[in-house]
Ligand binder design. Structure first.
Ligand code: NAI
Ligand SMILES: O=C(O)C(=O)[C@H](O)COP(=O)(O)O
Length: 375
């Protein structure tokens, strides 16, 4: 069985070598002739999987994308050809939530505000939005959810607000899929009219898909003095992004919000399990056997935990300023994809054990994700 996989898929060899002959490819420039003899194709978000890519292949049985987003996959075409498909729902949701939290911590320090005074509007309350909600709850940060699709689900007991209400919050964080049609289409959800209503007291974070914000309209508004503070991880037309927008960002990064090692590798693991199921074999490998020991795995806290201390912990595991600095330094010389391909290993909060003194700390903010324990 010929298995072709994106070279930017951690532990692909460890998971898949037993199942077939492996060939790695570079995702952005993948072409039909490269995969004409593939039985299994494993991609990431930068490969468009459609009729044009698959036209020379008559034997493909399985396509997997090690990502949450599926806007690069023509699922109707795969179904019409009876090719099994799997994505990796939720694989890097924690990573995205930790990116947003790190950005908020950095901006709180930059502008001297207290996170607990903020209200965050989470637009899209699926996996990434929900993980963010849990972490904000742990920090007592008020937040509201906007998700008109989940709001219709009688089994979902959460309270929802409208998009216009979410856009009035101190922080607006976008967590929707990119959809171009239908009642809840998200393409240019934040168009010129909605963007114009945001003020310089607000923070707008986009770590879902660039096309959810009209980037040209945003740039025009910024050039006219629009003050909203921007955190952009995703951009329209990646990798050929609207470069002048970078200078108007507080934090700008190269679509790496979901790039924790755990997040990327969970995507590989989910596809391994899906392929095993398709082949009717029992999976015998798991991610925890491959993840390296983190550089810093434990710390001890000797005072009561408060917001400042928690902010320090967040930055210790992931400080988004590093990614922002690399982006600004390398985007002109190396380009968008190079920054992503050479992304250093970044671990999730759960990789850090935090020992607390029980007599000083009555409650542990477990939902934040650190591995708290009492000593
Ligand atoms: N920057 C990055 O590295 C990453 C970006 N993403 C992007 O984030 C997106 C969201 O990820 P998940 O939360 O895991 O997906 P999900 O599918 O679990 O949740 C998305 C939620 O958005 C809601 N939604 C859809 N249209 C909406 C609208 N018009 N208004 C409000 N809510 C709407 C859906 O009902 C759903 O609950 C992905 O589709 C992907 O494009 C995901 C992972 C990493
Ligand atoms: O999971 C998603 O959806 C994402 O946006 C991924 O983090 C994108 O990573 P690549 O697939 O572009 O490496």
């Amino acid at each position: 069985m010929n298995i072709y996989y994106d070279e930017n898929m951690p532990f692909a060899a460890e998971f898949f070598a037993e199942l077939g002959t492996l060939t790695a490819f570079s995702g952005r420039c993948l072409q039909a002739q490269d995969i004409s003899d593939a039985d299994v194709l494993l991609v990431r978000s930068i490969s468009q999987v459609n009729q044009a890519l698959l036209k020379d292949n008559q034997r493909l049985r399985f396509v997997g994308t090690a990502t949450i987003g599926v806007d690069h996959i023509d699922q109707a075409y795969l179904a019409a050809r009876n090719i099994q498909f799997s994505s990796a729902p939720g694989c890097n949701a924690v990573s995205v939530a930790e990116y947003v939290l790190s950005a908020l911590v950095v901006l709180a320090e930059r502008y001297l505000f207290t996170l607990a005074d903020l209200t965050v509007g989470i637009v899209g309350a699926g996996n990434t939005g929900s993980r963010l909600s849990e972490k904000l709850s742990a920090l007592n940060i008020k937040h509201v959810l906007c998700d008109p699709i989940l709001a219709q689900n009688p089994d979902d007991q959460r309270q929802y607000v409208t998009l216009e209400q979410a856009l009035e919050c101190d922080v607006v964080s976008l967590h929707v899929p990119l959809t171009r049609a239908g009642e809840h289409a998200t393409y240019h959800l934040l168009d010129a009219e909605r963007l114009a209503k945001l003020s310089d007291q607000q923070i707008l974070i986009n770590a879902c898909r660039g096309e959810v914000i009209d980037n040209a309209a945003l740039l025009k508004l910024k050039q006219q003095g629009q003050g909203v503070k921007l955190v952009l991880d995703v951009w329209e037309h990646e990798p050929d992004i609207l470069m002048p927008l970078i200078d108007y960002c507080e934090i700008s990064t190269a679509h790496i919000a979901g790039y924790s090692l755990e997040g990327k590798a969970r995507g590989t693991e989910i596809l391994y399990r899906a392929l095993c199921k398709q082949l009717a074999i029992l999976p015998n490998k798991q991610l925890k056997d491959f993840l390296p020991v983190p550089a810093i795995s434990s710390v001890k806290i000797n005072s009561p935990i408060d917001e400042l201390l928690l902010n320090q912990l967040v930055k210790m595991v992931y400080d988004v300023r590093r990614d922002d600095a690399i982006f600004r330094q390398q985007i002109n010389t190396q380009g968008f994809d190079y920054i992503r391909k050479t992304y250093p290993a970044r671990r999730e909060f759960s990789s850090l054990s935090v020992a607390l003194n029980n007599s000083l700390n009555l409650a542990m903010p477990n939902q934040l994700g650190f591995n708290f324990n009492i000593q």
